[in-house]
Ligand binder design. Sequence first.
Ligand code: ADP
Ligand code: ADP
Length: 218
Amino acid sequence: MSEQRIFVVLLGVPGAGKGTQAKLLEQSTGLPQISTGDIFRYNLKNQTELGKLAKSYMDRGDLVPDNVTIRMVEDRLQQPDCERGAIMDGFPRNLMQATAFDKMTAPYGGVHVTPLIQVEDDETIRRITGRRSCRTCGAVYHVLYNPSKRVGVCNVDGGELYQRDDDQEATVRNRLFVYYKQTAPLIGYYYAKGILREVDGTQSIEGVQQALRAVVAI
Ligand code: ADP
Ligand code: ADP
């Protein structure tokens, strides 16, 4: 058996606050955030083959095919910054990916904990439609709930803030549908393993972070 690593899988509907919380947990735990959405968007921006392949799925709000996504995560986990584990944000997103992730992490003790960030659909839609993301570093803001210091400018690196194409309301509805159909079954999957922990996502960003740190407990 290889050394233990800590893998945290953040679950929750699109807009629940996974990316926001993953970035804060990265700071407090030192484990890197792995956001498959951010990796796809980086590839889209740089017009790589992977980006071209992912584009049509992302535009519709559908999942990018599993074989592509799973290989991408396998590669990412080989990077040296994952030597203590990682905070997974947006992966796994269906049962096929979850079983593949179990195999990838088995040599390191498997998945440590899966916090489920809970928020109702109405709030999720308000959060997503007001979301603004940094083009360069992926930091996430909200026009009302979490505004940047200067309008349209990222606090972290001064990058331009923009609204993601898939954050328009019609695509958001399909993403919620895809979540309930494909991702929600993971709640039962991880519950049965005894590692699901529910967290109230309707609190302030700092309140959610405290609750998360308590359940991650490393
Ligand atoms: P959100 O932050 O709203 O949950 P993400 O940034 O995680 O959205 O994902 C944006 C899009 O990227 C998804 O709608 C999907 O097309 C693609 N994507 C991200 N992660 C995965 C994944 N694990 N499997 C398949 N597609 C994914
Ligand atoms: P996800 O990664 O789950 O799609 P994000 O972290 O991108 O979610 O958050 C979605 C939107 O909601 C962003 O605009 C973010 O600033 C905002 N947000 C996140 N957490 C909270 C919170 N606890 N209260 C209010 N707004 C929040």
